[in-house]
Design a binder for this molecule. Structure first.
Ligand SMILES: Nc1ncnc2c1ncn2[C@@H]1O[C@H](COP(=O)(O)OP(=O)(O)OP(=O)(O)O)[C@@H](O)[C@H]1O
Ligand SMILES: Nc1ncnc2c1ncn2[C@@H]1O[C@H](COP(=O)(O)OP(=O)(O)OP(=O)(O)O)[C@@H](O)[C@H]1O
Ligand SMILES: [Mg+2]
Ligand SMILES: [Mg+2]
Lengths: 264, 264
């Protein structure tokens, strides 16, 4: 079965995009086949994967608003064999308001992905993972991702504000599971930008691990400037500096993700 | 005249809230009177200012959706004489969708603030500054703030992704100035989380200064763990550790803001 995961957290700047592209790259390096869906109008994931996303490019906006098939939008990522990306363009910023009055507005992405999974399987073999990068809000774009996925993957920055928004995120996941997508569950949490020198990071990590137990991947991603340099070269940190602490920890986290006990 | 500023940037985690509360505190220490409006459903600004914001508290949600006056919502901030805050509660998360079909939906905040500025002046004297903290999106909450303000204040994190979203933000400011609020202009940019040890931060800062000229405040805010520790004590860094590099640079940036040439 293809694992479809939504990388979500309405708190901004916690490492959603960085996690999506680096976990995807790490999974591809293990020989798995992966689709990244960029659902953030800023298109940061498309940038990090060096996938064109200026406004004339077919994009996820066309899928959501005009019903265009994902097969016309998804492109192979040059750097990694088996990695595909459905890019976001700027017009996606208007999608939230445009979707409000559309019929079955929360199911648009799910419908499109169901069709695509069958088509991709026939053409290239089964996809192992689909990772959906979300914008920092709980609006109709993130809702579409939550309805589409079976799993929620939450990156949590080791900072105080990161804890404040978790309650609201958990309530939203519960509501979606009750009303729109009974298969949805919170399966994975990853601690990001962990700075071992500060007490604050250790306190936040401790609090998250005691609250969420083994849903928190054992590996925490350290804060490292190599990680934040990589997108300026249109690369993941795994391609930019494979021996760096950031790259090694994302490779490790991806292995833990693959071997997670399914019932967690 | 009261300077009404929107602290906006749809990129997440760039220091909008940290800038709003610390600039507000620094202005209050100079004897100015300031109102902070928290327009982010996460309520991070309310937290940092130790203002209660659980769901039964009158909040900015009531102002936007039910037309409640700001005078029933704004409370004095305990730590700083002359500093007030209109808090955000969680129900604000639903406001964007609720506002879509409301008449004059972009003008709700502006109408409420115009009334409040007159009331506050009669009761406590003229407000010198109003700072509006926005969520990381360009939806109806940020639009309300842009229609309400005369100035846009953009915090820019010294990271690569920070440059990507600027074009979209500028276009939105231009559209609002053309169609909804002709007085609106981009007056101030502040560089945040500047890490002097990295080449990336220096490159981003150089690019922003060459592009925006003297609208960029001379002081850049350094990355400093004391800044991120402060909110866990319900404090601004100015109250938490007044001698720290973060506190001193926010005090300096606030002085520069007050003495900015009005025509910039
Ligand atoms: N481990 C890390 N070490 C250092 N910097 C990091 C790390 N992870 C992410 N960053 C940087 O932090 C910033 C925020 O990360 P990112 O953009 O991935 O977060 P996000 O949650 O996707 O943000 P948004 O809410 O805007 O979508 C980026 O500039 C990124 O390069
Ligand atoms: N100068 C700084 N040094 C170190 N950490 C900082 C600094 N400024 C902000 N932070 C931390 O970085 C994180 C992001 O900052 P903040 O929440 O203010 O950004 P934001 O733009 O308001 O985020 P959002 O988009 O979610 O509203 C917070 O955890 C904050 O404590
Ligand atoms: Mg992102
Ligand atoms: Mg904020």
């Amino acid at each position: 079965r293809t694992r479809v995961m939504t990388i979500a957290n309405q708190k901004g700047g916690v490492g959603k995009t960085t996690t999506t592209v680096n976990i995807a790259a790490a999974l591809a390096l293990q020989g798995l086949s992966v689709l990244v869906i960029d659902l953030d109008p800023q298109g940061n994931a498309s940038t990090a994967l060096s996938v064109e996303h200026h406004s004339n490019i077919p994009s996820i906006y066309d899928v959501l608003i005009e019903g265009r098939p994902i097969s016309e939008v998804a492109v192979p990522v040059p750097e990694f064999e088996g990695l595909w990306c459905a890019p976001a363009t700027l017009d996606l910023a208007g999608a939230e308001i445009e979707l409000v009055s559309v019929v079955a507005r929360e199911y648009r992405l799910r419908k499109a992905l169901t069709t695509y999974l069958a088509e991709h399987e026939a053409a290239h073999g089964r996809l192992d993972f689909v990772l959906i990068d979300c914008p920092p809000s709980l609006g109709l774009l993130t809702l579409n991702a939550l309805v589409c996925a079976q799993e929620v993957f939450i990156p949590i920055q080791c900072e105080y504000y990161a804890l404040e928004g978790l309650g609201q995120l958990m309530r939203t996941v519960t509501l979606v599971a009750e009303d729109l997508n009974p298969a949805l569950r919170l399966s994975t949490i990853l601690l990001t930008m962990f700075d071992a020198r500060t007490r604050l990071a250790a306190q936040v990590a401790q609090e998250v691990r005691s609250h969420f137990g083994d849903r928190v991947l054992p590996t925490a991603i350290p804060r490292s400037v190599r990680v934040s340099e990589a997108p300026s070269y249109g690369q993941t940190v795994i391609a930019y500096d494979p021996g760096s602490s950031g790259a090694l920890s994302y490779l490790e986290a991806a292995r833990e993700l693959v071997h997670q006990a399914p019932s967690s």
